[in-house]
Design a protein around this ligand. Structure first.
Ligand code: SF4
Ligand code: SF4
Length: 97
């Protein structure tokens, strides 16, 4: 089992703590709409509802949670959560850069 699979059970209880570590607000892709909606932790919670529509770069690789949670993907606000992207990649439905 990899780091992400080990981190998933019970992760709901850690959401507030994980959100406090999310560095999305410092990312060029993040915007005022996402800020006003207090959107964070796209890697777990999934893509931005309607706020983020343009990819201006992703700083997830330097987020402390990338190694802590064993994330292999990025641009979660547009492409979906780590779990969604893993699932889509495994079925060959999306190509992740
Ligand atoms: S990996 Fe990205 S989406 Fe996940 S908490 Fe860090 S900055 Fe936010
Ligand atoms: S998920 Fe990545 S691209 Fe989206 S706002 Fe967070 S750091 Fe930026």
């Amino acid at each position: 089992m990899d780091t992400f699979s080990e981190a998933l059970p019970g992760i709901e209880k850690k959401i507030p703590e994980l959100k406090s570590q999310c560095i999305c607000p410092d990312c060029p892709t993040y915007n005022d709409c996402a800020r006003n909606g207090t959107e964070l932790l796209y890697c777990i919670e999934g893509r931005s509802s309607t706020c983020i529509t343009e990819n201006l770069g992703c700083i997830c690789p330097v987020c402390p949670l990338t190694s802590e949670l064993g994330l292999l993907n990025l641009t979660f606000c547009l492409l979906g959560s780590e779990q969604e992207q893993r699932s889509l990649k495994s079925t060959g439905k999306i190509q992740i850069p």
